[in-house]
Design a protein. Structure first.
Length: 266
């Protein structure tokens, strides 16, 4: 019996005991490991839980075993989650080049549908999760960078938030209503949720996604580590209001969205 474990731990344990699929068991075990306090008295319990988790995951790697997963592509992976006929598939077609089946009857989407969203030249992978909310598909949402809750009303919003809790999905989430918000507004909303900025190279104008707060050093490292080792200075072009100004900066200078950077090496 774990020492000083919170009530949520025992709820996760109950979910593990009643789980019908391997994915549900894995999600519950990961939650139990996260919630179990780490101290000398719980070392054995932690070891047992981790061993059980490793055994479950190993089962999925056996020859012939079926494993559901979506390989991440682009700068981030974002899941679209919503009830049947909420507008997920229509939204996916508006934001990406994907062409999922769209119909008035329920549960049109049988498996995850994938599309690439373009934002200022940066690619973001969108994955539509079927409204059956199978545990094997919800595991994709747990590893994504963000989850978009696609709703028609506040009641659906509350239900989806509870669904995330029950499925142990702690991924950052935002709420959109495609019936009231246009696609461009939703695209901007999704991008902002990722906490990224777009910075361009001066020579080729290639867009590059970086976390908010990134420096010229981060920019240089993403191109090649040699740029940092041989760095002299950087020229930076930034638009402020209606004017674009050029400045010279060092490795620790913090970048902003839409900056253009030119690196100079020794």
């Amino acid at each position: 019996m774990p020492v000083n474990a919170p009530a949520e731990y025992f709820k996760a344990d109950e979910k593990f005991q009643s789980a019908k699929s391997k994915e549900e068991k894995i999600a519950a075990l990961e939650e139990m490991i996260r919630l179990l306090p780490k101290h000398h008295g719980s070392e054995n319990a932690h070891a047992q839980l981790k061993a059980r988790l490793a055994k479950l995951k190993k089962e999925g790697t056996k020859k012939g075993a079926h494993k559901v997963g979506i390989q991440k592509e682009g700068e981030a992976q974002v899941c679209l989650l919503g009830f049947t006929n909420s507008g997920k598939s229509t939204l996916l077609t508006k934001l990406t080049d994907a062409r999922p089946a769209i119909a008035e009857y329920p549960y049109t989407t049988k498996k995850p549908e994938i599309g690439m969203m373009d934002y200022k030249g940066v690619k973001v992978q969108l994955v539509e999760i079927p409204s059956t909310f199978n545990a094997e598909y919800m595991s994709i949402a747990r590893s994504a960078e963000a989850v978009v809750l696609v709703i028609r009303n506040e009641h659906e919003k509350k239900q989806l938030i509870e669904l995330l809790k029950d499925s142990f999905v702690r991924t950052k989430s935002i709420v959109v209503n495609p019936w009231e918000e246009n696609a461009n507004y939703i695209k901007e909303k999704i991008w902002q949720s990722l906490g990224l900025i777009v910075v361009y190279t001066r020579k080729t104008e290639t867009p590059m996604a970086l976390p908010v707060g990134s420096t010229i050093k981060d920019f240089a490292n993403k191109i090649h580590k040699d740029f940092v080792q041989n760095f002299r200075f950087a020229r930076l072009w930034r638009t402020e209001g209606s004017k674009k100004r050029m400045m010279q900066a060092g490795l620790d200078y913090v970048l902003r969205d839409n900056d253009i950077v030119e690196l100079h090496a020794r």
